[in-house]
Write a protein that binds this ligand. Structure first.
Ligand code: FMN
Length: 232
């Protein structure tokens, strides 16, 4: 066990979707007072479910390759497998092509540009955000049907977010990465139009999916034991 003073950084998993092999560079972190103790290890073998959970990162830089319909469908098939009280199956997925991504990006960029006084700078920002969205390998808007009953509505939101989580984990399993995004833009009428979301549905997350160009290091987190109380 090596003691380090700086926060943990490296936690990389290289995964081959063809052979199912993965090499995980691990730093297992334990706390001892305010010191982080770090253990290095290297494992080679099939990626198991726990590796999938621990190697998922929010991916902000994707390779340019557009995803195939088969790849996207294989991920979404796992999204609908989540627990769901009353089996309401509230989720609806909108796989956005380059045109709808650009339209969404223009709305998002427009919202960001509101803070700018210079109109040329505002226009440039809008176009930049639109271009960034148009060039994503894949973007999926996840929506849920809005139930009239508040209790069911809350349960459905939870189940919808679990579907989002399954998208993120299934993506890792097939050698892809995701970035989940939310925000007020999801309720913007222009964004809703770009997505094509139906009336009576609420957009709960925008998920970028693709082959990761850069897999960031794990961010430091509090351990579960720190935030767990064991009751008699
Ligand atoms: C519900 C939800 C909403 C999020 N919204 C955003 C967002 O709007 N913008 C963003 O950059 N990241 C967003 N993220 C990603 C988080 O910032 C990210 O998960 C966090 O920084 C931890 O990094 P990691 O996912 O690599 O572990 C969101 C994540 C979740 C679960």
């Amino acid at each position: 066990m090596e003691t380090i003073a700086s926060p943990p950084r490296l936690a990389k998993a290289a995964y081959s979707s063809t052979t199912g092999e993965c090499i995980v560079d691990e730093r297992r972190l334990d706390w001892e007072g305010d010191r982080r103790l770090c253990k290095f290890g290297k494992r080679k073998g099939k990626m198991n479910s726990l590796d999938l959970l621990s190697s998922r990162r929010s991916i902000r830089e994707f390779k340019a390759r557009e995803l195939t319909r088969t790849e996207i469908e294989s991920v979404l098939e796992h999204a609908v497998a989540v627990p769901n009280h009353r089996l309401t199956q509230p989720w609806r997925f909108y796989v956005m092509g380059p045109e709808s991504r650009r339209a969404f990006g223009l709305v998002l960029g427009g919202r960001k540009a509101r803070k700018l006084e210079n109109s040329a700078a505002a226009e440039a920002l809008m176009q930049k955000v639109a271009d960034e969205h148009a060039s994503l390998p894949c973007m999926i808007a996840v929506a849920i049907l809005q139930n009239e009953n508040p209790e069911i509505r809350e349960e459905d939101y939870a189940a919808g977010m679990m579907a989002v989580q399954n998208i993120a984990i299934a993506a890792v399993a097939v050698g892809l990465g995701t970035h989940i995004k939310t925000g007020a833009v999801m309720d913007d009428p222009g964004a809703r139009e770009a997505i094509g979301v139906a009336d009576g549905e609420r957009v709960i997350a925008m998920v970028n999916v693709g082959e990761a160009a850069v897999v960031p290091a794990a961010k430091p987190r509090r351990s579960a034991s720190e935030v767990t109380r064991w009751m008699a």
